[in-house]
Design a binder for this molecule. Structure first.
Ligand code: UD1
Length: 419
């Protein structure tokens, strides 16, 4: 078992470079399946989820070279003859469900085990299935496998009943080589939807309107390989921004798209943190005596659910009562019990966490219950008095590239220990 040991109390200072967006690369790698050709993807974050997805692509028959020195991947999917991913392959990663959309797009048939991923509440895929069926695929779930098969896929109008990132991307993947035009209404607008659409267009697809709630896709017969660079990770950036603010540090967060971070930087300004936005970097200057704020997670451009846990740690330092409402995933408050053991005064009431501050935290042994909860545990360790041991860090390493090294570079006393 691995853990991080953090000595609290150091202010973060210096510069940190943000990696490519985890949630974008997890869609783009399966999307290469559509091309039957070679693609080179750059600005790839070297995180565990990417290594798992690379193995999945190899098992499907792709030739993959992970160029770690240059954070790039070369993928040749021309040898793949069918899209079948067993539970052993698919279980480790929620994003394995993008193989369904991509496989259906290329082969008009896919058989992929129902996905795993973070345990943050029920995560249905009814909207994905609704989209595949609307395009003309038969969909059956048997023995935990999603089986899709179509004689042909034909574009149509699909209205998403809930705003879903995964369903929007999956339907895009299956529709780019469908006949005629597909229109996705009530589509998610997250930056990685736009990035995936841009990647598909670089392969020769005709996807318009990504980033708005109506996406129009004109089907094409064939896609080709391309070279593409992934956008920066807004959630990783937000995590370092919150960490800098929590420790009252002074950090330049580099290689970001400030527009993607507006919901976060706006909240931090409201709290009393100084934020300076440049073209592709953000300087965070932490301040004492933070003011309470209320936060509600929402689909983009609202406040991201993936930063709900990290920012709640910061709110333990704000004077007064802050209310954090989680409107996307009901199971995302499991980390609260860990924070309470460190001295936080938080009460969970249904979908809201009521945080009474300011309360000092004291170091102890805590458990990362999922990826972003793990980030919250680390931030808690940074501001706690004394030593914090964070267990279950496998979750953290799924989604944060070289987090220990990046934090050390900012002056944090953190050690990764294998027991
Ligand atoms: C993606 C992100 C995840 C982020 C989440 C919300 C990736 C790999 N993961 O997850 O980091 O936290 O978006 O921004 O990109 N829903 C349905 N039916 C469906 C699909 C979703 O009811 O068919 C519901 C979900 O239960 C949830 C909401 O829609 O309440 C949003 O989920 P969705 O946007 O699909 O999240 P993911 O794509 O799983």
């Amino acid at each position: 078992m691995n853990k991080y040991i953090i000595q609290g109390g150091n202010k973060l200072n210096g510069e940190v470079n943000i990696s490519g967006f985890k949630n974008a690369i997890l869609a783009i790698i399966p999307a290469t399946l559509l091309a039957k050709d070679k693609c080179r993807i750059e600005n790839v974050p070297l995180i565990k989820d990417v290594y798992i997805l690379v193995e999945m692509m190899k098992e499907l028959g792709a030739e993959v070279y992970l160029d770690e020195k240059n954070n790039a991947i070369d993928i040749d999917t021309s040898m793949i003859v069918e899209c079948t991913a067993s539970y052993d392959i698919a279980k480790a990663l929620r994003a394995s469900y993008y193989l369904v959309g991509a496989g259906l797009g290329r082969f008009k048939e896919a058989h992929v085990a129902y996905p795993g991923g973070c345990d943050i509440g029920s995560r249905p895929i009814d909207q994905h299935i609704k989209g595949f069926e609307a395009l003309g695929s038969n969909v059956e779930i048997e023995h935990g496998i999603i089986n899709c098969k179509a004689d042909e896929l034909v574009g149509t109008k699909i209205y998403m009943d809930v705003i879903s990132v995964g369903a929007t991307i999956n339907v895009m993947l299956s529709a780019v080589m469908a006949k005629d035009k597909t229109i996705i209404e009530n589509a998610a607008k997250e930056p990685h939807i736009v990035d995936t659409a841009n990647f598909l267009n670089a392969m020769g697809a005709d996807v318009r309107g990504a980033g708005t709630d109506v996406i129009r896709i004109n089907g094409v017969d064939k896609l080709h390989g391309c070279t593409y660079s992934v956008i920066p990770d807004q959630i990783e950036a937000g995590t370092y921004i919150v960490a800098a603010a929590a420790t009252e540090g002074n950090v330049l967060v580099k290689n970001v798209i400030p527009k993607h971070l507006e919901s976060i930087t706006a909240k931090l300004k409201e709290l009393g943190v100084e934020i300076i936005e440049n073209d592709d970097s953000i300087r965070v200057i932490g301040k004492p005596n933070l003011k309470k704020v209320n936060i509600k997670t929402l689909p983009y451009p609202g406040f991201p659910t993936d930063l709900q846990q990290p920012i709640s740690v910061l709110l333990t330092k704000a004077e007064g009562i802050s209310v954090v409402t989680e409107s996307i995933f009901e199971g995302r408050f499991k980390y609260v019990d860990e924070l309470k053991r460190m001295g936080a005064n938080i009460k969970v009431d249904g979908r809201s966490a009521i945080i009474r501050g300011a309360t000092p935290l004291s170091g102890t042994k805590i458990m990362a219950t999922d990826l972003r909860a793990g980030a919250a545990c680390i931030i808690a360790g940074l501001i706690a008095d004394g030593e914090t041991e964070v267990y279950n860090i496998e979750h953290v390493e799924r989604g944060y590239e070289r987090i220990e090294e990046k934090l050390k570079g900012l002056g944090v006393d953190i050690k990764r220990v294998t027991e």
